[in-house]
Design a binder for this molecule. Structure first.
Ligand SMILES: NC(=O)c1ccc[n+]([C@@H]2O[C@H](COP(=O)([O-])OP(=O)(O)OC[C@H]3O[C@@H](n4cnc5c(N)ncnc54)[C@H](OP(=O)(O)O)[C@@H]3O)[C@@H](O)[C@H]2O)c1
Length: 285
């Protein structure tokens, strides 16, 4: 009896010392585009895992709704609202996270906007907006968190690209360009940072049932405001989030998520001429 009480008190003091040495043990995930679709579904999954959550998008109110719906402990949530179309000092945001939670384990670069416009009709202003949101802001955020992840000796950056990051498509010229650019950048970055224990995942969603087509912008920058038929019966955002997290856990670094449209990637790789004839016949919506 005496022996086991000594064991318990030794265990408790070890826990206490551990807590004093590492007060911030709960993992922290930062998710952009957390107010809708895939991002909101990821927030839900990480809440179920008990992570500390940092959620971002332009709309503080929408983010607050997501958190209220989850009924999550507010001490475990930090809302950072900002516009990816504007330039920010993302290291200042990171400092706010560190002040609050003391660490950052996973950054999801998910916030983004699609396009529904012919290349020739699209203004340069719209092209620059699509590139700023879908590419330059993602790069700036990754660069802001990397020094911390290097210091920690670990960290994960998850880039939500698109099947449009694998091939060009009607009405998606600049969106596809931005998603292809993400591949070039983050594959290079992976080589440069993996020795520090940093893992970079690039995810290629196909069709996921979200508001992505509703929010997509046209030639003049106005939203498309329509749910495309191809998204209506697509994989749910919840199933997409669960699949992404499972693949990350399995150590997968580059993977597709979605439905049967994923076959087009296999066809492109092994039967390029057939791919060209199929893709030409697809509806942009
Ligand atoms: N759904 C699909 O079929 C599909 C397919 C391939 C790739 N993806 C990619 O998946 C990611 C998530 O999209 P989703 O399908 O979940 O679409 P969504 O429902 O439209 O969500 C997009 C998210 O990005 C945020 N966002 C958009 N513009 C922003 C800006 N300027 N600044 C800050 N945040 C901004 C939105 O928040 P606010 O409006 O509140 O700012 C929202 O939370 C995107 O990168 C998209 O390209 C989606």
């Amino acid at each position: 009896m005496e022996c086991s009480s000594i064991k318990v008190s030794k265990y408790l003091s070890k826990l206490y010392v551990n807590y004093m040495l590492h007060p911030h043990k709960t993992p922290v995930v930062w998710i952009t585009g957390a107010s809708s679709g895939i991002g909101a579904a990821l927030v839900k999954q990480y809440a179920l895992k008990g992570f500390n959550l940092v959620v971002s998008s332009r709309s503080k109110t929408a983010l607050q709704h997501i958190i209220d719906d989850l009924q999550y402990d507010l001490n475990r949530v930090l809302i950072l609202d900002f516009d990816l179309n504007e330039r920010h000092s993302y290291s200042d945001f990171l400092n706010v996270i560190l002040h609050r939670f003391g660490r950052l384990d996973i950054l999801f670069l998910n916030g983004g906007i699609s396009q529904r416009s012919n290349a020739l009709e699209t203004t340069e202003e719209v092209e620059r907006r699509l590139m700023q949101i879908n590419y330059f802001a993602q790069v700036a955020m990754a660069k802001a968190v990397l020094p911390l992840m290097q210091k920690q000796g670990k960290g994960q950056i998850v880039v939500i690209s698109s099947i449009a990051g694998k091939f060009g498509f009607y009405l998606r010229s600049t969106y596809a360009a931005a998603k292809h650019a993400l591949f070039g950048y983050f594959e290079s970055l992976r080589l440069e940072t993996e020795r520090y224990g940093i893992k970079i995942h690039i995810v290629y969603p196909g069709k996921i049932k979200t508001q992505v087509s509703v929010h997509a912008i046209g030639a003049d920058g106005n939203p498309h405001r329509k749910m495309d038929p191809s998204h209506q019966n697509a994989m749910s955002a919840e199933a997409c989030a669960v699949y992404i997290i499972k693949q990350m856990k399995l150590g997968k670094t580059d993977f597709f998520v979605g439905g049967k449209e994923g076959w087009i990637l296999v066809i492109k790789r092994f039967f390029p001429s057939w791919f060209k004839s199929i893709i030409r016949k697809q509806s942009p919506y």
